[in-house]
Design a protein around this ligand. Structure first.
Ligand code: IPM
Ligand code: MN
Length: 360
């Protein structure tokens, strides 16, 4: 069996708590000889500012390059939230994405059937929910130049630049179309082309790629405001949603609520040669240290790592099916519980580990 060397970046807030549960799962899979994973860890975000004066230290960058792929918890702390931009925990995550050119962010939106009542939407809207958001991750207003502050005191101006180039759009659109070819062949590209030049280049490029190389794909375009509305009106009209960095950030948080809780959703950030796997939720400082965070998004991120970086669909399915069984048996963390009864983070992790043992 080939050896895999992964890097753990637990980060801040609830990050270390969910990473702990992810390592329980990985240790078990090693013991069961379903994989041969060794891991190393490093600091990112607020903890890295405290320990190294930098949210993405050199040492972490080096370890990222040396590992086969990366598992990340979350970044963000109250303590550093008023720091200048390059000393905010979030810029550590953005620097990681940029340095590895992780331009593809895959955010699957699916519902475990037993959680259908945990969603705030009517159950009949959610049957067989299965959407994938493909979010461009290293461009857009997140990274556009110029940016900064200007103006005089009393009337400060903060400004950013939204931009997309043909080349940036082309590569993410190709990824989305390739994925759609393996699913229902339906892509909804989301932009704001009625107002923004960046979106006009986006739309033109997506259209061109489709008509040149992907004529079998059923492509439609939707303005982002309408897409936000349609997602809660009739989510099943979507299959693959292709969108830019900022719109994808917002729409994926919205879509997560279709599945019952933001604590349920994993993501993969990919380049042609590396992958970072992390929950879509943040560091949740309000519940950090209380042992109540839902570890499922993190454990599903491990499943995505097996699928995308380790090419091991079998282990990925075992993890997902075990989570499904644990939910079917009634285990709930606080965020997905409909009553005042729930299990803590560690018990949920243990239940999943036990179920994997039963399934293998
Ligand atoms: C996400 C997060 C990040 C983002 C933050 C933490 C910088 O919200 O991964 O969705 O905005 O991309
Ligand atoms: Mn987000």
């Amino acid at each position: 069996m080939s050896k895999t060397n992964i890097l753990l970046l637990p980060g801040d807030g609830v990050g270390p708590e969910i990473m702990q549960e992810a390592t329980k799962v990985i240790n078990l899979l090693n013991d069961l000889e379903l994989c041969d994973i060794t891991y190393n860890s490093a600091d990112i975000g607020g903890i890295a500012i405290d320990n190294h004066g930098n949210p993405f230290p050199e040492e972490t960058a080096k370890k990222c390059l040396e590992s086969d792929c990366i598992l990340l918890g979350a970044v963000g702390t109250k303590k550093h939230e008023n720091n200048e931009n390059n000393l905010k925990p979030e810029s550590g995550l953005l620097a990681l994405r940029k340095s590895l050119d992780l331009y593809i962010n895959v955010r699957p939106i699916f519902l475990f059937n037993s959680l259908i009542d945990s969603s705030s939407l009517k159950p009949e809207l959610l049957k067989n929910l299965d959407i994938v958001i493909i979010r461009e991750l290293v461009g857009d207003v997140y990274f556009g130049e110029p940016r900064g502050f200007k103006g005089e005191s009393g009337n400060k101006i903060g400004y950013n630049t939204m931009s997309y180039s043909t080349n940036e759009v082309k590569r993410i659109a190709e990824y989305a179309f390739d994925l759609a070819s393996k699913r229902s062949s339906k892509v909804t590209s989301v932009d704001k082309a009625n107002v923004l030049e960046a979106s006009q280049v986006w739309r033109e490029t997506v259209e061109k790629i489709k008509s040149t190389n992907y004529t079998d794909i059923e492509l439609s375009h939707m303005y982002v405001d309408n897409a936000a509305m349609q997602l809660v009106k009739d989510p099943n009209q979507f299959d693959v949603i292709l969108t830019g960095n900022i719109f994808g950030d917002i729409l994926s948080d919205e879509a997560s609520m279709l599945t019952g809780s933001i604590g349920m959703l994993p993501s993969a950030s990919l380049s042609s040669s590396s992958g970072v796997y992390e929950p879509i939720h943040g560091s949740a400082p309000d519940i950090a240290g209380k042992g109540i965070v839902n570890p499922i998004a993190m454990i599903l991120s491990v499943a995505m790592m097996f699928e995308y970086s380790l090419n091991n669909q079998n282990v990925s399915s075992i993890i997902k099916e075990s989570i499904n069984s644990v939910l079917n048996s009634g285990y709930r963390t606080k965020d997905i519980s409909l009553s005042s009864e729930y299990v803590d983070t560690s018990k949920m992790g243990d239940a999943i580990v036990q179920e994997i043992k039963n399934n293998v």
